[in-house]
Design a protein. Structure first.
Length: 92
């Protein structure tokens, strides 16, 4: 009988620990935080314009380069050009 009891007691303790724990629904709701609101701008700028926008609070989030291929006829490439796009953000 004591061997059986030694098996049942730890099992009951484990079951009690699992089921007595409060669930996520029973926890008190967290107050909503005031998250910052951002505004974004996507454009192509020169260095002088980027410096001016930086002074206004805009910051560079990402940049992407677009490469354009223009051909006069068939596969012959006559001109390749590129343009850098800048994504900016600042607090509203």
């Amino acid at each position: 009988m004591s061997g059986r009891l030694m098996f049942v007691v730890p099992f009951l303790a484990l079951a009690l620990a699992i089921f007595a724990r409060p669930s996520a629904d029973a926890q008190a709701p967290q107050p909503q935080r005031n998250l910052p609101k951002w505004e974004y701008q996507l454009a192509t700028f020169d260095e002088k314009e980027l410096n001016r926008l930086g002074d206004e609070g805009w910051e560079d989030v990402s940049t992407a380069m677009q490469i354009y291929r223009q051909s006069a006829r068939g596969d012959a490439v006559s001109q390749i050009s590129s343009q850098t796009k800048v994504i900016l953000k600042r607090l509203k």
